[in-house]
Design a protein around this ligand. Structure first.
Ligand code: CLR
Length: 382
């Protein structure tokens, strides 16, 4: 086809892949994709995207005014979107199919910069359905983000529609404040030409125990502004959605500006394209725990990078086989895999209160439980 990114030798396998997604069951991990679209990065690494600007992440902790604090939380959230949804496209030329994490897979690291030390723990807490949980914290500034998520997908007219299941909670120690963050639905376009990319749609919310809520509305190319990756957000006092205190408009891959509704003044502008990230420091592969992602997938990743499909599937089979054996052993012993950093909880008072405010439910049905970071487990793990 005209303008196709599919390598000549992969034309056949790409069209059978497209046919297979037309009839799949909603679990993206069950798809077998051709080599050129495989990424050597596991989905467990994606939790990193939440804090690649540590100083923006910790900024709310220094703000005394609760409305301005909520605004800084909104700004931080918006600043993560480019990393979350468009980096693969920028770095690899298109969205790719990430490695499907195995149960217990870990991704650990830390950012060290002007914000001090910010730590990351990401763990695959469920395999069926796939669910990743994470906790990111900066002790010096007393900011902690934790969350978990899975995806449910459907296919229609050459587009994969992805609903994210799960949420994130940001806690600020100084004000003993929590923010519940909902996750945007997304869709994957560009499938036909073999260059898939993500667009966001729908709304997400950030609602706080301090009584403020932000609503973010996403629109793609051809919508109101006509520019891709557009959004508009408003921050209001609970119950006063019609009278927002602040609005934010622009593109999450480009620039956006924050305005005070009353004075109409522009308070801040942010350019996602120009904002530098701090890279995550991780242990050298040889020093990693066997369950750490880069170590566990080392051989598979090398095979993918070489474009060697036979070695890729051979090495994947080694991992899948040992996972199957582990599950069988657990079954025989009547045991369950012990998650290293997270516990399954039935309910969580703060979470439920905030979810109720948004009218969303937080049942753990689709994520194999409601997952909470356990500092006791974490201290044993270290
Ligand atoms: C994972 C959680 C992150 C945000 C995020 C960004 C991109 C999403 C990813 C999540 C889940 C997996 C995903 C990916 C884009 C493409 C990929 C939906 C939600 C699927 C599995 C790839 C399908 C294969 C095509 C490339 C053909 O915080």
């Amino acid at each position: 086809t005209e303008g196709s990114a599919v390598p000549a030798s992969a034309k056949g396998s790409w069209s059978s892949f497209l046919k297979s997604i037309a009839s799949f069951n909603g679990d993206l991990s069950s798809l077998t994709a051709p080599a050129f679209i495989l990424s050597s990065t596991s989905l467990v690494e994606f939790s990193t995207y939440w804090a690649e600007h540590p100083s923006i992440f910790i900024a709310p902790a220094a703000e005394k005014d609760p409305a301005k604090r909520a605004l800084l939380v909104l700004k931080w959230f918006l600043s993560t979107l480019k990393q979350q949804y468009s980096t693969r496209n920028e770095k690899l030329g298109s969205e790719k199919k990430p490695l499907n994490p195995f149960l217990g897979e870990l991704f650990l690291g830390r950012w060290v910069d002007g914000a001090g030390e910010t730590q990351l723990v990401s763990e695959q807490v469920s395999h069926h359905p796939p669910v990743t949980a994470y906790c990111i914290w900066n002790s010096e500034h007393g900011v902690r983000l934790q969350g978990y998520n899975g995806q449910k997908a459907s296919f229609s007219s050459m587009t994969i529609n992805v609903k994210q299941i799960g949420h994130a909670i940001l806690h600020i120690d100084e004000f003993d404040e929590d923010y519940l963050i909902t996750l945007p639905p997304l869709h994957i376009e560009g499938l036909y030409s073999g260059a898939p990319f993500v667009e966001l749609n729908g709304d997400t919310y950030i609602t706080s125990t301090s009584g403020y809520t932000s609503r973010i509305k996403y629109s793609g190319r051809g919508w109101v502004s006509g520019k891709k990756n557009s959004f508009n957000a408003s921050l209001y006092h609970d119950g006063k959605e019609k009278e927002p205190l602040y609005t934010v408009d622009g593109q999450w891959t480009g620039s956006f500006s924050i305005k005070d509704t009353k004075t109409k003044a522009t308070l801040d502008t942010y350019d996602a394209a120009k904002s530098k990230t701090t890279s995550l420091t991780i242990a050298p592969v040889d020093e990693q725990d066997p369950l750490e992602s880069r170590r566990a997938w080392q051989k598979v990743a090398a095979a993918i990078q070489k474009g060697d499909m036979d070695a890729t599937s051979r090495e994947k089979t080694v991992i899948e086989q040992s996972q199957r054996e582990l599950r069988n052993k657990e079954k025989a012993e009547g045991k369950e895999w012990n998650r290293r950093f997270f516990v399954k909880t039935d309910s969580h008072a703060t979470l439920e209160k905030l979810a109720k405010k948004l009218g969303v439910s937080v049942d753990g049905d689709k994520t194999n439980g409601v997952w909470t970071f356990s500092s006791e487990k974490a201290s044993v793990a270290k």
